[in-house]
Design a protein around this ligand. Structure first.
Ligand code: CO
Length: 208
């Protein structure tokens, strides 16, 4: 990749934006008011803004390997708190993707060094859903399903935070579990049934 091209592209992009709206950057510098927090994978193929058609200022974004919401990861926790308590976003999207290298690695018996504690979170998702996953004989289909279940469990992890519980009580915050398919570009809402899932566990995780 020619890095000079990036800078040239940037010049073109500025000119393009200004030709459509001379105040474009003036408006951007006035501040941000995004309605959506997106938590997705760092994978270079899953370009958050591009797949969603989102413009600058519309989506607050956090990406990490395998789109995890880990309660001791200061980075994701600070992003969630800031997005919910200060920016007061109305929607949180957790977006996983098929062919996720992080999920695949978590299905293998391999020592990956510092990645081990990170991917352990996905192994725990596997343990929680072992019966369903092991019943899927085709490995590729099992891998796809683990990607989906990982999104579901990360959505549940979101709900375990005080910031999300507070936003639920204060306003009608919506949480969405999505999956992106790098094989065809399709973005799908997994339509996770939160009331059903939370019915039996909220007594454990309720903070406020
Ligand atoms: Co990934």
């Amino acid at each position: 990749m020619n890095l000079d091209k990036i800078l040239q592209h940037n010049e073109k992009w500025i000119a393009e934006k200004l030709s459509l709206d001379p105040d474009f950057f003036k408006k951007l510098s006035d501040g941000q008011n995004p309605e959506v927090l997106y938590i997705g994978c760092s994978d270079s193929r899953v370009t958050a803004e591009e797949i969603m058609g989102a413009a600058p200022g519309e989506v607050f974004i956090h990406r990490n390997i395998a789109n995890l919401v880990n309660n001791v990861d200061m980075n994701v926790m600070v992003v969630i708190n800031y997005a919910l308590r200060i920016l007061k976003v109305k929607h949180v999207i957790i977006c996983g993707h098929y062919m996720c290298g992080g999920v695949k690695a978590a299905m293998q018996q391999t020592d990956l060094g510092i990645l081990n504690p990170w991917l352990r979170n996905i192994r725990d998702v596997y343990r929680l859903h072992k019966n369903e996953l092991n019943a899927i004989e085709e490995l590729d289909k099992r891998y796809d399903r683990l990607v989906e279940l990982n999104v579901q469990e990360q959505c549940i992890n979101l709900i375990k935070t005080a910031a999300v519980q507070e936003a639920y009580a204060d306003r009608d915050l919506k949480i969405h579990g999505w999956v992106f398919d790098v094989r065809n570009g399709k973005l799908t809402d997994l339509k996770i049934d939160f009331p059903e899932i939370l019915k039996n566990i909220m007594e454990i995780y309720k903070l406020i």
